[in-house]
Design a protein around this ligand. Structure first.
Ligand code: C5P
Length: 218
């Protein structure tokens, strides 16, 4: 495949989604939010009362997901679930179904299908290690747990939700531990990934660093 991919992996709330979108915008490339596919799988199971540890059934759901990504929303079975998949409960469900090998296998080709001209910026946990091992640039985006919890806290408050910083911090650390300790595609940087710590960087500075690394690869 000649279409270039930039892989951006990292832990929960490290800013991968924001950075991936900005970089894709600057390059005029497509973007893949791979976490959304795990969230959609979890949501579809929850809607059908399928237990999240029922491997075969969850894998069936994953392989048959009727999903459409639009500028304005994410559609599951024709319903806009853009907001619903952002709920904490769905995020936690996503990290449960993401631990199942057959579910990951069911979503693999669907993710690779996002690789379309002129290019793709893909964010997730295993973009550089499993899904796009030939990515031209692999970024492992990290930030301290404190910085990530504060960012999420500010996002929630801005939207008018109530939030508790300590609870967010604990949830974040639990999700990180689960993503790193699982057997199937655990979260870790690819050998050839460049680690970027955004704890003390603005969004613009983080995007600029990714763009500079990309230009250095050409
Ligand atoms: O990135 P996001 O928080 O939306 O992902 C939700 C969950 O999906 C993560 O906690 C992780 O367990 C899982 N995931 C994954 N592999 C990816 C993307 C997300 O296992 N490539």
């Amino acid at each position: 495949a000649h279409v270039q991919v930039i892989a951006i992996d990292g832990p929960t709330a490290s800013g991968k989604g924001t950075i991936a979108h900005r970089v894709a915008q600057q390059l005029g490339w497509h973007v893949l939010d791979s976490g959304a596919l795990y969230r959609l799988t979890a949501l579809a199971c929850m809607q059908r009362n399928i237990p999240l540890d029922a491997v075969d059934q969850v894998a069936d759901i994953a392989s048959q997901l009727d999903v459409r990504f639009h500028e304005l929303g994410v559609y599951l079975d024709g319903q806009d679930v853009g907001e619903a998949i952002r709920q904490e409960a769905v995020g936690n469900g996503a990290s449960q179904v993401a631990a199942l090998g057959p579910v990951r296998a069911a979503l693999l080709e669907r993710q690779r299908a996002f690789r379309q001209p002129q290019g793709l910026v893909a964010d997730g946990r295993d973009m550089g290690t499993v899904v796009f091992p030939d990515a031209i640039l692999k970024v492992f985006l990290v930030a301290s747990a404190q910085a990530r919890a504060e960012r999420r806290y500010n996002q929630l408050i801005e939207k008018g939700f109530s939030a508790n910083l300590l609870t967010l911090l604990h949830d974040l650390e639990a999700r990180d531990a689960r993503d790193m300790q699982r057997v199937n595609a655990p979260l870790f940087p690819a050998d050839d990934a460049l680690v970027l710590d955004s704890s003390d960087l603005s969004i613009d500075q983080t995007v600029a660093q990714v763009m500079a690394w990309y230009k250095g690869k050409l």
